[in-house]
Design a protein around this ligand. Structure first.
Ligand code: NZQ
Ligand code: ZN
Length: 397
């Protein structure tokens, strides 16, 4: 097992209806709060009115920034930083999915950051270009989409259209102080967003399961538990969108997948690094970028890590191994997983986003620019080269 440090200071208040405790909790510490949400409110309008009313009843002044887009842009983050500095808010409250929570975190850190905010963002994985923030306003989150785990981690993923880059800020100052996880808020999610969220949650543990340290007993059982919880509950949610029990399981699985508990000692998310480029170059939704890549990645890599792929087939996809050779078990496991993704309605081919072989060089260059290390590989176990990525993309056509 790898050595590791583990730290997670986030207080979680979980359960249906728990959003009603948010204002009272915030009133204990703050008198003026910056409220962050999407540009297009739609489904969120009633919730935001409810939150605002409750905060004001508790005597909290609310400064609103409703300008966040999917895959939040550094320009919007800067706009909100300026607004919140003008009003001298004491904390930042995010109401929305990963894009809103990540933006709120970047805003909270940007509030104190000297110089260009983009310098907070990792531009290469050998870390030469990032100056992570050392101070941030307190962050509170009310997630409406169970996927990114942003509500309980130290990461914020941000985009820069001008540079065509998407990467992350990583700092302990980005942990929220408290997150209210209310599964009732997720019943309005359309089927496609629900399925993309499920693919994202699975990817957060699957990537580490198949690319990380093999000698990780509890980590592997925990990761399998997250994957099985999603596989068991996503179909119920798609059939009965208001099923709070299944919505609750998906929400807690999403949080636990990427809050540090599932994978201490291992942090490989190489499929995400390619997925981020599919988003920044072709506008593919985050969860879909991962579902397009996971089966192809597994087909290409499984021969290099047969033991873990066999375990995945048996323990996660419930392949009956009796009388079968290892190669068949692994193949059946990956096929069953691909079929599962198709059944929940997410794409499993990059061609679904009109990506063809002529785009491969640009994709690889995008990954190299942000995520390759100084040995010119995407670090994981085993490392992935530019040619490997092209082979994986071919399998995903
Ligand atoms: O569908 P519309 O009306 O446009 O509204 C939103 C939003 O546009 C909709 N939505 C959210 N909650 C809803 C809802 N619709 C109905 N009912 C609700 N309750 O969903 C759309 C997508 O929202 P977004 O916030 O973009 O999605 P998600 O939560 O998947 O966040 C994606 C972002 O998080 C980053 C991704 O890269 C991407 O930028 N990630 C952050 C991570 C982290 N902080 O640790 C890790 C992840 O791997 C990920 O990279
Ligand atoms: Zn993700």
């Amino acid at each position: 097992m790898n050595n590791f440090e583990f730290f997670n200071p986030v207080k979680v208040v979980f359960g249906a209806g728990e959003r009603h405790r948010l204002a009272g909790e915030m009133a204990k510490n703050y008198k003026k709060v910056g409220l962050v949400s999407y540009k297009e409110l739609g489904f969120l309008s009633p919730l935001l009115s409810e939150v605002e009313t409750q905060l004001e009843k508790e005597g909290i002044e609310v400064v609103k920034y409703f300008g966040i887009e999917e895959n939040p842009e550094i320009k919007s983050i800067l706009e909100a930083v300026n607004l919140f500095q003008d009003h001298q808010v004491e904390a930042v409250l995010a109401v929305g999915g990963g894009s809103v929570m990540d933006a709120a975190k970047a805003i909270a850190a940007g509030y104190y950051y000297e110089g260009n905010l983009w310098n907070m963002v990792y531009s290469r994985h050998d870390n030469v270009n990032a100056v992570p923030p050392e101070k941030a306003l307190p962050i509170v989150t009310l997630p409406t989409l169970p996927a990114t785990g942003s509500e309980m981690n130290q990461c914020a993923v941000v985009s820069n259209k001008d540079l065509k880059e998407k990467s992350y800020i990583w700092s302990t100052v980005l942990y929220p102080t408290v997150s209210f996880l209310d599964p009732e808020l997720t019943v309005t999610l359309p089927a496609y967003q629900t399925a993309c969220a499920a693919a994202d949650t699975i990817s957060h543990v699957l990537e580490i399961y198949v690319n990380g340290e093999e000698d990780s007993d509890l980590q592997h059982y925990f990761q399998e538990g997250v994957m099985k919880t999603v596989i068991d509950n996503i179909k119920v949610c798609l059939a009965e969108p208001s099923n709070i029990s299944s919505r609750s399981h998906l929400m807690w699985a999403a949080t636990c997948a990427i809050n540090g508990f599932a994978s201490p000692g291992d942090a490989w998310t190489p499929i995400h690094q390619v997925g981020h480029v599919l988003t920044s170059l072709f506008g593919v939704a985050h969860g879909a970028s991962l579902s397009m890549l996971m089966p192809a990645w597994m087909k290409f890599m499984s021969a290099k890590r047969p033991a873990v792929y066999k375990r995945f087939a048996i323990n996660v996809m419930s392949v009956d191994a009796i009388g079968k050779v290892e190669e068949t078990i692994i193949k059946e496991g990956i096929e069953k997983f691909e079929q599962f993704l198709i059944e929940i309605g997410v794409p499993v081919k990059v061609s679904a986003a009109n990506i063809s072989e002529t785009d491969f060089d640009a994709i690889v260059e995008g990954v190299r620019k942000v995520s390759f290390n100084n040995e010119d590989v995407l670090a994981c176990n085993p490392n992935v080269t530019a040619d490997d990525i092209k082979e994986i993309l071919k399998l995903a056509l």
